[in-house]
Design a protein around this ligand. Structure first.
Ligand code: BTN
Length: 223
């Protein structure tokens, strides 16, 4: 793993996609600030100084496209575990947010890299609020500083990455469920109520509703 640091990029994901061929599998692009940080669902990701913004470049040899979606959750588990190691009881919110006491402090955005119709690889972008005070967000936000966690960006990346590397060897679903307090409980997801019954091999949520089991690909969980 090599870390390539930049003072400012529009977005570490965008840069990683545009320069994909110049980097190796598992290289990391990191920026101190992003001028056009991207969040899920086309949202903007507030990216001033005081946050950690990085993207891991992945070039799987024999891509199993469906299974790749679980890598985003494996990354969320890795961030959660790295922060827990530092003493804060972080937890997961499906599909891949990392929270502390009801407030989000980390978001993850994965994007496929294509050459026309051919899959080339994947970039996984991670944003962790370390000590950024002003956040443009619809949802409550916190920072590692507010959580009483002190760590340098490089040590945090290394810790996250070592969890990430070792994770595919274990069953990520069990790890995810252990760290996700809404698992097994009643939730409302985009207006649908049911029990958070399971997650499948691709990381999709299985919701038990009055009408039976439903597989949810994306959405916002409330409980
Ligand atoms: C979310 O909406 O929760 C996902 C946010 C992902 C933000 C990170 S910051 C590093 C990488 N570069 C981006 O432009 N986005 C991701």
């Amino acid at each position: 793993m090599n870390i390539f640091g930049f003072d400012s990029l529009s977005s570490t994901n965008t840069y990683a996609i545009e320069h994909f061929d110049e980097y190796q599998h598992q290289d990391i692009i990191m920026a101190q600030v992003q001028t056009a940080g991207k969040g899920r669902k086309g949202r903007r990701w507030s990216s001033e100084t005081g946050g950690l913004y990085f993207t891991v470049i992945l070039k799987p040899v024999a891509p199993e496209l469906e299974k790749l979606s679980s890598l985003t959750q494996i990354m969320a588990i890795s961030v959660c575990k790295a922060v827990r190691k530092l003493g804060a009881k972080a937890y997961l919110k499906w599909p891949n947010d990392v929270l502390y006491k009801g407030k989000k402090f980390c978001g993850i955005l994965s994007e496929a890299v294509m050459n026309g119709a051919n899959f080339k690889g994947l970039v996984i972008g991670v944003g962790v609020n370390i000590e950024q005070k002003v956040i443009v967000s619809e949802k409550p936000f916190t920072s590692l500083a507010e959580m009483g966690v002190k760590i340098s960006k490089s040590v945090l990346i290394e810790s996250i990455f070592s969890h990430f590397e070792s994770m595919p060897k274990v069953d990520f679903k069990e790890e995810f469920k252990k760290l996700c307090p809404t698992f097994g409980k009643e939730i409302v997801i985009d207006g649908k109520t049911g029990i958070f019954e399971d997650i499948d091999d691709c990381g999709r949520l299985i919701l038990k509703t009055e009408n039976g089991l439903e597989t949810i690909i994306a959405g916002d969980v409330n409980f």
